[in-house]
Design a protein around this ligand. Structure first.
Ligand code: ACO
Length: 330
């Protein structure tokens, strides 16, 4: 069974309430109907009710049973504004400003998730990654034990012997431009947890560099080495090792030469990149050259699940990200 089939199956077992704050947009409307028809989640569309129902009719969609919420008129909007004010008052938020900001669908949705009126949120078909992440980082914040939010890709590489029969997780490919050693350690731990929860894998985490176990010296290598030490100290129960070059991480013969005593080298299934440039370029290289399925970015580390879409996404992509978000919420 492929990764997405597994996500659909799991999502159906325990229906979660997932928000689509870009509720007036066509792909979100089409996705909402599909999610309802496939019983993947209880969807809430955020937006103007008249605009949503008119457009749904034009698109010949049946949204019966789907909850529509308009931040302008919803009875809980003042309570959400109060919540936003309380969370952000030490950052300059006023009560008046909160009432205005909370009507932005992304802020509205994020507060709704924070207070537990919804289990998760998916957005990004018309907003940038930063637009979605900022309210999440400010309001929902991180889960205990994880210092930062990061973005992982589940890579399914066809006809591939590496990872778990071609299934690997790559991180951080989406959020933190230049993580510190402490942040990199947190990314490694969060990705190991994602590998367990979403993929049912026993994670073997490689901390990637251009050096293997001291073969090169540079401050960039020192960062990866320190991150490895920190991650191992925080989670001695996890198989995390580094610093490793990519080939030492994946290829048994290279691992035997360069890192013979490593519990991870030669059999890594989670790859942690030293910064966002490497991670973002790395996943796209594998996606394009190896024709891999790249599912993500899946945001990890949020106290409640919030996920991003690419602005070029299809309605089908939205359905899939909603299924993943629902599973994260379980
Ligand atoms: N984890 C947890 N908290 C964070 C993180 C993080 N990774 N980053 C920022 N924060 C917190 C800050 O501490 C701050 O909290 P506070 O306001 O309570 O003090 C709040 O979030 C806002 O922080 P800023 O630094 O002001 O946020 P910024 O405006 O820089 O935005 C963002 C942060 C959106 C994550 C930014 O770093 C970013 O744009 N990253 C790159 C995203 C991107 O373009 N990715 C590539 C495209 S995705 C793809 O190709 C798959």
């Amino acid at each position: 069974m492929g990764f997405m089939e597994k996500m659909w199956e799991l999502a159906k077992k325990d229906l979660k309430t997932i928000l689509l704050p870009e509720g007036e947009e066509d792909r979100n409307l089409i996705a909402a109907e599909k999610i309802k028809d496939n019983k993947l989640a209880k969807v809430v569309l955020i937006g103007n009710e008249t605009k949503i129902t008119t457009r749904a009719k034009e698109l010949n969609l049946n949204l019966d049973g789907i909850t529509l919420i308009d931040p302008e008129t919803y009875e809980k909007t003042p309570a959400y504004a109060k919540e936003l004010y309380e969370i952000r008052k030490n950052k300059g938020m006023t009560e008046e400003k909160a009432l205005q900001v909370v009507k932005d669908p992304l802020y509205f949705g994020t507060v709704m998730v924070k207070v537990g009126d919804a289990d998760g949120m998916v957005s990004g078909a018309i907003h940038t990654t930063g637009d979605l992440l900022r309210p999440g980082l400010q309001i929902v914040k991180t889960t205990p034990g994880i210092s930062i939010v990061s973005g992982t890709f589940v890579m399914q590489v066809p006809n591939c012997q590496y990872g778990q029969d071609g299934l690997l997780l790559f991180a951080d490919c989406a959020v933190n431009p230049n993580p510190t050693a402490e942040e990199l350690a947190s990314i490694a731990i969060a990705t190991a947890e994602t590998a367990k929860k979403l993929c049912g894998m026993e994670p073997r985490v490689a901390m990637l560099s251009f050096s293997t176990m001291g073969s090169a010296s540079h401050e960039l290598v020192d960062k990866v080495r320190k991150a490895t030490e920190l991650a191992k100290a925080q989670r001695p129960d996890l198989a995390i090792d580094g610093e490793l070059q990519l080939d030492a991480a994946l290829v048994k013969e290279v691992a035997e030469l360069k890192a013979p005593n490593s519990p991870v080298a030669g059999k890594a299934n989670v790859l942690v990149f030293p910064d966002l440039q490497a991670g973002n370029i790395g996943y796209k290289l594998v996606q394009r050259f190896a024709h891999a399925d790249a599912v993500g970015p899946i945001c990890q580390g949020f106290a409640k699940p919030i996920n991003d879409l690419s602005r070029g996404c299809s309605a089908e992509d939205i359905v899939n990200v909603v299924a993943i978000t629902a599973v994260q919420a379980q």
